[in-house]
Write a protein that binds this ligand. Structure first.
Ligand SMILES: *[C@@H]1O[C@H](CO)[C@@H](O)[C@H](O)[C@H]1NC(C)=O
Ligand SMILES: *[C@@H]1O[C@H](CO)[C@@H](O)[C@H](O)[C@H]1NC(C)=O
Ligand SMILES: CC(=O)N[C@H]1CO[C@H](CO)[C@@H](O)[C@@H]1O
Length: 324
């Protein structure tokens, strides 16, 4: 009786952590704190970052970050700054690699990698992600209540319109943060303005935290939607976000304000009230293009920087949401 009580109290004090089976296992040989390591599963590559504060006894949160279409895990590492000690020292970060087009040899594009939100890609990225989660949680000491997904462009599309819309993965990740998301939607007819069509989605729960960032001058994935590629349609972005708010039971109306005093062109819209306030959140910068928003030069922005850094906002959003 007494022991049960102590266990229950211990669990409460630990903020409902859920230690993975990797807890207590020493780091794989040759791996060090702060290091990056290639791994593969079913012939597909992913990169693992061991956070500097990692220990085998304290379950770490996990961020899985998906690169943009044609890009690579290495590009995403440079862009998202989730491995920069300025922003993160406690979270493990994993960078999966997409697959190439089936006819890539003809077009000489086999080094370019894409995600299955792109209608040309048939790889099972849900199974790939599930395999990665299985491996890392059995190898490292992770808190399975704090797994998070982020991604740029197609990487944002695959997490926001496929993984968050799939029972198993919507339950595996505690929150999702697509950036300049390419939310290709199949079988939309007609695919035409105002691009506010029903988004097919079958999540495993009704309280999924989502934060989406988008630029008003995005010339790749237009803010107002477009018919960019045969076989799939791109939704109006505010409509896509609003669809998530409705799916989460928060209603269609959000509260919009300027993000910060020094961001005249950037607004944040939060859906939900009281404890659920911001469960669905949208950050809109009217001036930026198809970028990972950053006040510094990065490989996306050609030196035309944003009014804010997306990275710390995403990390704060993740920290605010856990499973259970
Ligand atoms: C992982 O593999 C890629 C491609 O094979 C290579 O470019 C990269 O340097 C490797 N990264 C590490 C951390 O070994
Ligand atoms: C999107 O459409 C709205 C009107 O619905 C318009 O005011 C705005 O300029 C458009 N934005 C872009 C980036 O085209
Ligand atoms: C595109 C846009 O809205 N630009 C505005 C950004 O903010 C400055 C300062 O308020 C305005 O002068 C720009 O017009």
């Amino acid at each position: 009786m007494f022991r049960l009580f102590v266990l229950a109290l211990g669990a409460t004090l630990a903020f409902a952590q859920s230690p993975s089976s990797g807890c207590g296992k020493s780091l794989p040989e040759g791996q060090e704190l702060g290091g990056f390591y290639n791994a593969t599963v079913n012939n597909r590559r992913f990169v693992i970052f061991i956070p500097p504060d990692y220990t085998i006894s304290e379950p770490a949160p996990l961020i899985v970050s998906y690169h943009g279409g044609s890009r690579s895990p290495e590009n995403q590492i440079d862009l998202d700054l989730f491995t920069d000690s300025k922003y993160n020292t406690d979270k493990m970060v994993v960078y999966p690699e997409g697959t190439s087009l089936s006819n890539c040899q003809a077009s000489n594009t086999c080094a370019e990698r894409y995600w299955s939100v792109d209608p040309r890609i048939t790889a099972d990225d849900v199974a790939f992600t599930q395999s990665i989660l299985d491996i890392v949680q059995d190898t490292y000491c992770l808190d399975t209540n704090r797994f998070y997904a982020s991604g740029k462009s197609q990487g944002g599309g695959v997490i926001g319109s496929i993984f968050a819309c799939t029972p198993a993965l919507s339950n595996a990740f505690a929150a999702f943060a697509p950036v300049s998301g390419a939310f290709y939607t199949p079988n939309v007819s007609p695919c035409e303005s105002p691009f506010m069509f029903p988004i097919p989605c079958n999540p495993g729960r009704t309280n999924i935290p989502i934060i989406e960032f988008h630029g008003g001058q995005d010339d790749v994935i237009s803010y107002n939607g477009s018919a960019r590629r045969t076989g799939a349609c791109l939704p109006n972005i505010p409509w896509w976000v609003e669809s998530w708010a409705v799916r989460d039971g928060l209603g269609m109306t959000g509260e919009t304000r300027q993000l910060a005093d020094d961001t005249p062109n950037t607004t944040i819209t939060q859906y939900g009230v009281q404890q659920q306030k911001g469960l669905v959140t949208h950050v809109f910068d009217a001036v930026i293009k198809h970028v990972w928003p950053s006040k510094s030069t990065n490989s996306d922005n050609n030196g035309v920087v944003a009014e804010f850094d997306a990275t710390p906002i995403i990390i704060d959003f993740f920290d605010a949401h856990t499973l259970a």
